[in-house]
Design a protein around this ligand. Structure first.
Ligand code: TYD
Ligand code: MG
Length: 453
């Protein structure tokens, strides 16, 4: 029985009746692949009958936790969920030049020093370049074995023979499978290579790390399906021109997502930053209008960050809204709440918002600190320099408590802050050294702190 094949975009999953170079639905180039129709032959009717019976178990059945290997770089081990899990597949994404190869070479060397068999496959750099980097990082004597190759078949045969515990593939976009007729870096090549490498990881028990470059739109170049195939997706981020780098778990089957590891770029490679709050606040001026310190939680760890705002009369008919490190939609919402609930208008004013140090904050608990920085900038009134602020703002202007109040306050106390402004109903004990001011809504907060609204 002949059926017409269908054409599916491997980026967005849209189905087309014919092949074309560009997907109409998502605009991706070269992402449409032909998918063979499902054959419904005799004996394969619907999906019942003829299959083997699968063993079922209870949710309560005992499974030992996966064995883990820590490499000793704590910022990395924590982001992994407590160490590297055998047979796991990881994707490490980031902008070109952000430091992925450096990080992974350092990690490979440390894992090798713990006794794991480690192979580092570079498809981007010549062996001499990788060796030079290893020398610069002081890792030249680490027992990592190196290959420079892009042919996937040869790589897989080699890995199959060597059976390493960890294989790093730098990068997935340079890998090339001869079973797919497309250029390296194309969606179908990346997809095929990732699939083969992940299958290898599961079959042979090797942990496989795939390095992936990110496109300008912030996605791993190539199909999103790579993210679905792997167990763990880590993003390596940072602002160019800043020395901080943040490794963020966006998906982790073996640990908490949203965990971050903080590193500092140095001439000798990436150095761990075990107290990121001190770093993000280090160049904080005393009492400056337009700033507020947010006591946040990143993953399992409290992190303090300075939120900076600048408000100035706009020369344009359409005022500017510019945000770095926070969500632009959320900024618009806070501005609207300030205007309509607190009668503090921002029309005709350019608004710039920045999270210091290149951190990116996703927590709604930062709302109140953002509002504080905005009003402080607009009114030119500084908050007390030793105050932290947190809490979520609802559209009505009410303040909603954030999670982990106690942890946030403890971190603030540790860094020498003695005051905190937070939502009225926040639960949790207050450390002795911190004076807490509680507010039911934004109007009360703005009135008390700035005498405005
Ligand atoms: P690299 O690791 O090659 O980035 P990616 O693999 O993400 O493209 O790093 C880019 C450049 O930055 C490289 O020339 C080395 C330099 N670098 C340092 O000097 N120190 C550092 O700590 C890091 C991370 C990079
Ligand atoms: Mg690289």
């Amino acid at each position: 029985m002949a059926r017409t094949p269908s054409f599916t975009c491997s980026d967005c999953g849209a189905v087309h009746s014919k092949w074309s170079g560009r997907c109409d639905a998502c605009g991706a180039w070269n992402s449409i692949i032909e998918e063979a129709p499902v054959v419904a032959g005799p004996g394969r009717r619907a999906s019942s009958g003829g299959g083997r019976s699968i063993a079922l178990s209870d949710l309560a059945d005992e499974t030992p936790p996966p064995p883990r290997t820590r490499c000793g770089i704590d910022e990395l081990d924590r982001v992994l969920g407590g160490g590297l899990v055998p047979a796991s597949a990881l994707l490490v994404g980031g902008d070109p030049g952000i430091g992925k190869s450096t990080l992974l070479l350092q990690a490979a060397a440390r894992f090798a020093e713990t006794g794991l068999g480690v192979i580092y496959v570079s498809g981007e750099e010549a062996a001499a370049q990788v060796r030079m980097r290893a020398q610069r990082l002081g890792l030249a004597s680490a027992p990592v074995r190196l290959a420079t190759e892009t042919n996937l078949r040869d790589i897989l045969s080699t890995l199959d023979r060597e059976r390493p515990d960890l294989a790093v593939i730098d990068s997935i976009q340079t890998m090339w499978s001869d079973s797919v007729e497309a250029a390296p870096g194309s969606v179908s090549q990346v997809r095929a290579a990732a699939h083969d490498l992940v299958t290898f990881a599961k079959r042979r028990g090797t942990a496989v790390v795939l390095v992936g470059h990110v496109t300008k739109e912030g996605q791993i170049a190539g199909p999103r399906v790579v993210e679905h195939m792997v167990d763990t997706v880590l993003y390596f981020e940072g602002e160019r021109g800043h020395q901080f780098r943040i490794l963020r778990a966006v998906k982790n089957r073996f640990g908490p997502a949203d965990e971050i590891g903080v590193f500092e770029m140095t001439g000798a490679g990436l150095a761990e930053v075990s107290n990121p709050s001190a770093l993000f606040l280090s160049d904080r001026d005393r009492e400056s209008p337009g700033t507020a310190v947010f006591a946040g939680i990143e993953g399992t760890r409290p992190v303090l960050a300075e939120i900076q705002a600048l408000v100035s009369p706009s020369p344009q008919p359409q005022a500017r809204r510019s945000v770095v490190g926070w969500d632009a939609g959320r900024l618009a919402m806070i501005l609207a709440v300030l205007e309509s609930r607190c009668a503090i208008p921002f029309a005709g004013l350019d608004v710039y918002l920045n999270i210091a140090g290149g951190l990116r904050i996703g927590e709604p608990a930062a709302d109140l600190a953002v509002a504080a920085a905005l009003v402080s900038a607009r009114e030119d009134v500084a908050l007390p320099a030793d105050m932290v602020v947190f809490g979520e703002i609802s559209l009505s202007g009410a303040l909603r408590p954030a999670s982990q109040t106690e942890n946030r306050l403890k971190e603030a106390e540790k860094l020498g802050f003695t005051q905190a402004a937070l939502p009225e109903r926040s639960a949790g004990a207050v450390p002795r050294g911190v004076g807490v001011r509680r507010f039911p809504d934004l109007v009360a907060f703005v009135g008390e702190m700035f005498g405005a609204g």
